[in-house]
Design a protein around this ligand. Structure first.
Ligand SMILES: NC(=O)c1ccc[n+]([C@@H]2O[C@H](COP(=O)([O-])OP(=O)(O)OC[C@H]3O[C@@H](n4cnc5c(N)ncnc54)[C@H](O)[C@@H]3O)[C@@H](O)[C@H]2O)c1
Length: 396
């Protein structure tokens, strides 16, 4: 689409805490597309007003008022709200940015809901229905749904995508992980807000990246994405074990979610991926994906990277320096991130989202990848309930 008049893309935030802050930073780095961040609304008036004041934007009393004033609604809210708010925004004729996990199953209206013991077949059916409702709303509205999966945009993942396309390589096996010492969000830990634990909250990142690369392989070969066919998974609740000895370094006290997960994916062409995720890992975030092809092999290190290697003999020397996410201590050897947002793909993500809306094209991380990820995750929960048995991924 040609733009003779530089009408800005007007955006409004829903949610005003962690994700809203890095979305703000990412959107402020967008170039070549005029972007106006209009305002924010949130469930908690205090954080909403503080965010609005700090950023110099308007605080809206309600979602509806915010919607009416923008072209794009940016959902920085807990996963349990994504479907309802996303569909509401699409029906109001707005584009929508949806954070990971795209949607899921949260046990709304179930008395005494406990995510650990709730039947996973029903969860899988409900989660894929939730995706289908979002897909239908998106198609009916003709608006864009941008799936805020930053791993797709991480420079290491995009470089591998380029190597894959230009070398004509075939991915045989991927192996990856996202782990750290536990989420900061007070909503995380209750299935009714987060839709699960490590698998959906952290595993979704390397899983989406793996699904993205396999899609890209198929698309560059013959225009047809290669998609997940079956999964086998295990989940465990390590910090809830009676035998767990809490030394205070890991977040613990989760209500009904797992803190360790592994999922094995078999794609429609028979090739495979193995993804690990946990809340058990000290020493900063551990985010990486190894891609083993028939003609090359790549290790995508998102965090840590060794661009910088610093030895610090005393904690307080680096007191005022941000080192890397969830590092815990700054003493000794560390890998301070020169630009952590960039290595995680955040600015590139918002650049693509704004261009996709401005120029009316699909984002690299779109609704189909989002829905495939959720189908694979909840098929994984069903597999884990069955002790790791292979389960078909019901593709939307
Ligand atoms: N891509 C990433 O790296 C990344 C990192 C962290 C979080 N996230 C995702 O971002 C989303 C938000 O997580 P967070 O860490 O910012 O959570 P948070 O708890 O820090 O903030 C949630 C915000 O949403 C608001 N909120 C809650 N329910 C609401 C409702 N019904 N209507 C309006 N506002 C509501 C809260 O008041 C709060 O401002 C989640 O989906 C999470 O998985 C993504």
């Amino acid at each position: 689409m040609e733009h003779s008049v530089q009408e800005p893309v007007r955006i409004g935030f829903v949610g005003a805490r962690f994700a809203a802050n890095f979305h703000w930073d990412g959107l402020r780095r967008v170039y070549g597309v005029p972007v106006e961040i209009v305002g924010v609304t949130s469930q908690t008036a205090d954080t909403r007003d503080a965010f609005a004041r700090e950023k110099g934007i308007r605080a809206f009393d309600s979602f509806e008022e915010l919607c009416a004033a923008v072209d794009v609604v940016d959902l920085c809210t807990p996963p349990s709200t994504h479907e309802r708010l996303g569909i509401q925004a699409l029906r109001a004729g707005k584009h929508v940015l949806i954070e990971k996990p795209f949607t899921g199953y949260f046990g709304a209206h179930v008395d005494g809901f406990d995510g650990s013991s709730f039947p996973k077949q029903q969860m899988l059916e409900e989660a894929t229905s939730s995706c289908a409702r979002l897909l239908d709303a998106a198609r009916a509205s003709g608006k864009r749904v941008c799936y805020a999966e930053n791993w797709v945009y991480a420079p290491t993942i995009q470089k591998e995508r380029e190597m894959l396309a230009k070398s004509g390589g075939q991915i045989l096996w991927m192996l990856g992980e996202q782990s750290h010492s536990g989420s900061h969000s007070p909503y995380y830990g209750s299935w009714k807000f987060s839709g699960g634990g490590s698998l959906v909250g952290k595993g979704c990142h390397p899983l989406s990246a793996a699904l993205y690369l396999k899609r890209a392989e198929g698309e560059s070969r013959n225009g047809v994405p290669i998609r997940p066919a079956t999964v086998s998974a295990r989940t465990h609740d390590i910090t809830r074990l009676p035998s767990y000895r809490d030394e205070g370094f890991l977040r613990a006290g989760y209500d009904d979610i797992e803190d360790y997960a592994q999922i094995h994916i078999k794609f429609s062409d028979g090739t495979v991926a193995d993804i690990f995720s946990s809340e058990l890992v000290l020493g900063g975030v551990h985010n990486w994906l190894e891609v083993i092809c028939n003609n090359h092999r790549t290790r995508c290190n998102l965090n840590p990277t060794n661009a910088l290697e610093t030895f610090n003999p005393k904690e307080e020397i680096l007191r005022d320096v941000y080192v890397t996410e969830k590092i815990g201590t700054k003493q000794g050897w560390s890998h301070p991130a020169p630009d952590e947002a960039w290595q995680h793909g955040y600015p590139q993500e918002f650049q693509d989202f704004m261009e996709s809306i401005y120029y009316d094209r699909e984002p690299r991380s779109g609704i189909e990848l989002a829905a495939d990820t959720i189908a694979a995750v909840y098929a994984g929960y069903l597999s884990a309930e069955r002790g790791g048995a292979e389960v078909e991924v019901p593709l939307p």
